[in-house]
Design a protein around this ligand. Structure first.
Ligand SMILES: Nc1ncnc2c1ncn2[C@@H]1O[C@H](COP(=O)(O)OP(=O)(O)OP(=O)(O)O)[C@@H](O)[C@H]1O
Ligand SMILES: [Mg+2]
Length: 484
């Protein structure tokens, strides 16, 4: 059957073209516009009875009304290979680090859009993905294959959490993909330099469509990232992918849709934006053993306005992820770093994958924190406090302070456990909070020196009981005798 057909440009509007005569083209398929100066690809995103709308994947100023358009019967794809590691690439695979745009690799061709693997190819999330951020690893744990949303206002530390998580994968055999959507080019160079400085770029790929790039590329960036992630996951690798951020992605899609004259829905977003994001995030998974056991863990980022999580895009993405890490502007301004609102954050699948020791410590930690917040509100009224309450307040303050963590200093799970085991058992022997940095440094140094076996077992996910617990208590007491 002859399926190839030829159409004609009837209108060019910014980065969008309307084409007549392409009766057989499908949604998300490629066409090639024969402009006077050469061919320009475009992606069909709108189907009507007598015309189709497509977004131009190149310079739309070259296109004129009346230009011929050929239906390519191909879907958009990107060439992927290990060569991409360490690179900054555009959504269509162009290297942005070299002198000029060039395709860096002739690898396996991966479709940008693809139906996510079915349930038979998957298994439950069962292994932890450590971010190195104490509040997350202990209280909002993420498992490999999970989708955990990072949500918060402008400048509340969303990107910092993602970068820390990437840096923390060093030596853990996880491929990281950082998808930057609609950000400034200068920000991307800074992130790249940071990752190089922390030796994290070797296992990382940055897919960037900057604010100054065509809207179509910003729209495509997450799919490219996802296609690259799938390449590695299908080879049995564990992948961490970050979409920073999907608010800007939604805006890019809204812009394209309005140019395509599609009806606007809530907050002027096209009605299928929910479907778009759910299809994207559905591609994160833990493959079954038969499929090689690889995984794709996704950390999508959403920016809120004035903490409003009930806006359209935030509610959508909250409902299609397995939990959220909620960053609070007020906490950020009050100096808490990272500014995670633990009460408003949740991880719905991660706890089944959590390290056993971490889980034990986290249970008590959450209780102590909740109790502390209650007492704190009560103590504000300045009434006389009994010794027990004073001690609980002191411990609460200490725990809160211990949860503070500067960026770029991820902590291994075993270090997190030994610190908080001591904290919740009242075994930290100092009173002034200003000593905390010094205590942490000395304590960790001591454990690294004397507690290698304990740290190793905790890192491996052993439960804190019997011999291991006795050994840990002995070490802490030994440290307390020397500290000060
Ligand atoms: N844990 C931390 N310790 C110290 N500083 C931090 C920490 N987390 C974030 N910051 C600082 O806060 C500022 C904002 O962080 P970041 O860029 O990660 O926020 P964001 O929410 O991604 O911002 P944007 O809305 O611009 O994307 C940065 O200057 C960063 O260095
Ligand atoms: Mg950011």
């Amino acid at each position: 059957m002859e399926t190839k057909n030829i159409g004609k440009i009837i209108q060019v509007k910014d980065s969008v073209v309307l084409i007549s005569g392409l009766s057989q083209v499908g949604y998300n398929q490629l066409v090639s516009i024969q402009a006077e100066t050469g061919r320009v690809p475009a992606l069909v995103l709108n189907l009507q009875t007598d015309q189709v709308g497509a977004v131009v994947l190149g310079d739309s100023s070259l296109i004129k009304q009346g230009d011929l358009v050929e239906f390519l019967e191909e879907s958009l794809s990107i060439d992927v290979s290990e060569e991409l590691l360490g690179q900054v690439v555009g959504p269509l695979g162009n290297s942005l680090t070299g002198h000029k745009l060039q395709v860096v690799t002739k690898g396996e061709s991966m479709f940008l859009e693809r139906v996510a693997a079915g349930v038979l190819a998957r298994k439950d999330v069962s292994r932890p993905l450590y971010t190195g951020i104490i509040a997350v690893d202990l209280m909002i744990p993420v498992g490999r294959g999970q989708r955990e949303l990072i949500i918060g206002d402008k400048k509340t530390g969303k990107t910092s959490i993602c970068i820390d998580a990437i840096i923390n994968q060093k030596g853990r055999d996880v491929i990281c993909i950082y998808v930057a959507i609609g950000q400034k080019a200068s920000k991307i160079s800074r992130i790249r330099q940071l990752l190089i400085d922390y030796k994290a770029m070797d296992y990382t790929i940055i897919v960037a469509a900057n604010a100054s790039d065509p809207t179509a590329l910003q729209y495509l960036a997450p799919y490219s990232g996802s296609a690259i992630a799938e390449y590695f996951a299908q080879k049995g690798k564990d992948v961490l992918i970050i979409y920073d951020d999907l608010s800007k992605h939604a805006n890019a899609y809204r812009e394209i849709s309005l140019l395509l004259n599609r009806p606007a829905g809530r907050e002027a977003y096209p009605g299928d934006i929910f479907y778009l994001h759910s299809r994207l995030l559905e591609r994160s998974l833990q493959y079954s053993d038969k499929m090689g056991g690889g995984s794709i863990t996704a950390l999508p980022v959403i920016e809120t306005q004035a903490g409003d999580v009930s806006a359209y895009i935030p509610t959508n993405v909250i409902s299609i992820t397995d939990g959220q890490i909620y960053l609070d502007g007020d906490l950020f301004n009050s100096g808490q770093r990272p500014a995670i609102n633990v009460g408003a954050s949740v991880s719905r699948v991660g706890s089944s994958a959590q390290n056993k020791g971490a889980k034990q410590v986290a249970g008590q930690l959450k209780l102590d924190l909740a109790q502390f917040r209650e007492l704190q509100a009560f103590a504000q009224f300045g009434s006389d406090l009994d010794a027990d309450t004073t001690e609980k307040l002191r411990r609460g303050e200490l725990i809160s302070a211990l949860l503070n963590q500067t960026e770029l200093k991820p902590l291994s799970i075993s270090h997190q456990i030994v610190i908080f085991y001591a904290a919740i058992h009242g075994k930290i022997k100092f009173s002034a909070l200003s000593e905390i940095e010094d205590w942490r440094y000395q304590y960790i140094t001591f454990m690294n020196d004397k507690g290698k076996n304990v740290l190793k077992e905790l890192e491996d996910g052993k439960k804190i009981e019997n011999d291991l617990e006795q050994e840990l208590i002995k070490l802490i007491d030994q440290f307390n005798q020397t500290y000060g």
